[in-house]
Design a binder for this molecule. Structure first.
Ligand SMILES: Cc1cc2nc3c(=O)[nH]c(=O)nc-3n(C[C@H](O)[C@H](O)[C@H](O)COP(=O)(O)OP(=O)(O)OC[C@H]3O[C@@H](n4cnc5c(N)ncnc54)[C@H](O)[C@@H]3O)c2cc1C
Length: 440
């Protein structure tokens, strides 16, 4: 079938459709060219079962926003974009069922209209709910997004439908919620929701590093969600974004906060970039989902794709020492770096979560798109953080070895067993997972 024929039949909405190879494309930033033989767009659970049974190698694709090759496969790539419904808001249990193709930008306004919200969000709403949970995506000040998952429906490696719920399969769900795409093709999640709430956000500029490190806990708990942005140079933190619940009372601003001054207008985390892509600041109240992410859904986020990302998680008590270590190498990574972000993530018990078993601080790097510079910078950062036992973000780039990854995820053995149980023929394995996660 030619690409044109494919597009015609796709428009007609026929069940399971395989896009010819040239349509598989790349991730959002363009640094991973997917090697999949074809892209399938199933419309029903039975279609997904058929695809899994018919292929030796299968991988579900979310919003393509990961920078690592975690979503790649040489076999069939499966887009769940036709699983796009939000249903069954349960007002007693405070849960909602979300199709695997749904992005936060689609979910949140629908929840808002019904008086609900999700408690935590990442910096962007462009990603799929399932894609985010699968890599332990997080925001700041709260637990990571996968902790909202109280139920999963997936097609396992045998093509069977598996349903996991918090009530009946609590332990297994802890393994599968951050599933790294390795357990099965998730078709639906049940999420815990909270009553809708409003948030106001303020940006403070040029906080002296000495103030930031001396008062780290006070600063990072000044709001529901707080982020520090820095280039690890000039002994200052360029911006501190504070997002507070609107019902938390007034926050008298003053002209100075720990040596920082209030931004006179909206800002972008990368100081020179246009803040129109960013969510409203200056204390203007609005729904949480329009304030907790830094970026608006209708604009390309961050550096508009001309970027690579890395992120490492260390124990919160090590935060100040780790931050000081990074300021020590700031000059060496300057060429590769656009901006860094410092966030806090609460401890959870999800096996493959980067905050599993430890209160964490997340140290993020928005690199340029110069791959040689980035490849040179990552080991410098990792050497500076090594003594803190850094855990790399599954959806971002890193230069860790298998042994280093192994040492930081104590439930990895249990996760491997879970993968083997649900995927005995390793259909969901790929190069990335074989290298860092799955049994050899
Ligand atoms: C500009 C930008 C900003 C970002 N900000 C943040 C941030 O604030 N915090 C943070 O933690 N991360 C952040 N990230 C990283 C991003 O959130 C993660 O990489 C996330 O996993 C991307 O979700 P996705 O829907 O694009 O999934 P993809 O990248 O498409 O896939 C990710 C993984 O999920 C699996 N998957 C997807 N759908 C399914 C399914 N239906 N069944 C089984 N497995 C599935 C894939 O197989 C793959 O393993 C950012 C990325 C970008 C580009």
């Amino acid at each position: 079938m030619s690409r044109r024929e494919w597009l015609r039949s796709a428009a007609a909405g026929v069940g399971s459709l395989a896009l010819p190879a040239e349509g598989v494309g790349t991730n959002w930033a363009g640094n991973v060219r997917y090697t999949g033989a074809r892209l399938e767009r199933p419309g029903t659970l039975a279609d997904v079962q058929r695809i899994v049974r018919a292929n030796d190698s299968v991988k579900a694709l979310g919003g393509r926003h990961s920078f690592s090759a975690i979503a790649d496969t040489r076999g069939a790539m499966v887009s769940l974009e036709r699983f796009d419904t939000v249903s069954n808001v349960d007002r007693v249990a405070r849960t909602v069922e979300v199709g695997a193709g749904v992005k936060y930008a689609q979910l949140c306004p629908q929840l808002q209209r019904q008086g609900y919200a999700v408690a935590n969000l990442a910096s962007l709403p462009h990603i799929c709910v399932v894609g985010a949970a699968s890599t332990a995506t997080h925001g700041s000040g709260t637990r990571n997004l996968a902790t909202q998952v109280v139920g999963l429906e997936l097609v396992d490696g045998r093509g069977e439908v598996v349903k996991l719920t918090e009530d009946r399969n609590r332990n297994e769900l802890r393994g599968a919620a951050v599933g790294l795409g390795a357990i099965g093709v998730v078709t639906k999640v049940t999420l815990r929701v909270v009553p809708a709430f409003d948030v106001r956000q303020w940006v403070w500029e040029n906080m002296p590093l000495a103030q930031f490190t001396a008062h780290f806990d006070d600063i990072m708990s000044a709001g529901y969600s707080v982020s520090g942005f820095t280039t690890w140079r000039d002994d200052r933190v360029s911006e501190v974004w504070v997002k507070r619940r609107a019902d938390a009372g007034d926050w008298s601003l003053g002209r100075e906060w720990y040596g920082a001054s209030p931004a006179p207008r909206d800002r972008h985390p990368i100081v020179a970039m246009d803040p129109r892509a960013c969510t409203p600041q200056m204390g203007v109240p609005g729904p949480a989902w329009e304030r907790l992410p830094h970026f608006r859904p209708e604009f390309p986020p961050s550096s508009r794709g001309r970027e690579r990302h890395s992120e490492y998680f260390v124990r919160r008590p090590d935060a100040v020492a780790a931050i000081q270590a990074l300021y020590g190498v700031g000059g060496q990574i300057a060429r590769a770096l656009q901006i860094s972000e410092i966030r806090t993530v609460s401890e959870d018990s999800l096996w493959m979560s980067t905050a599993q078993g430890r209160e964490s601080v997340a140290l993020h790097f928005t690199w340029t798109d110069d791959d040689a510079d980035v490849a040179a910078a990552m080991p410098i950062v990792e050497a500076a953080l090594d003594r803190f036992g850094p855990r790399p973000h599954w959806g971002k780039m890193h230069a860790r070895t298998r042994a280093q990854v192994d040492a930081q995820f104590p439930r990895l053995g249990d996760f491997r067993d879970l993968c083997r149980r649900h995927d005995p023929d390793a259909k969901f394995a790929n190069e990335y997972l074989r290298r860092y996660v799955l049994a050899n």
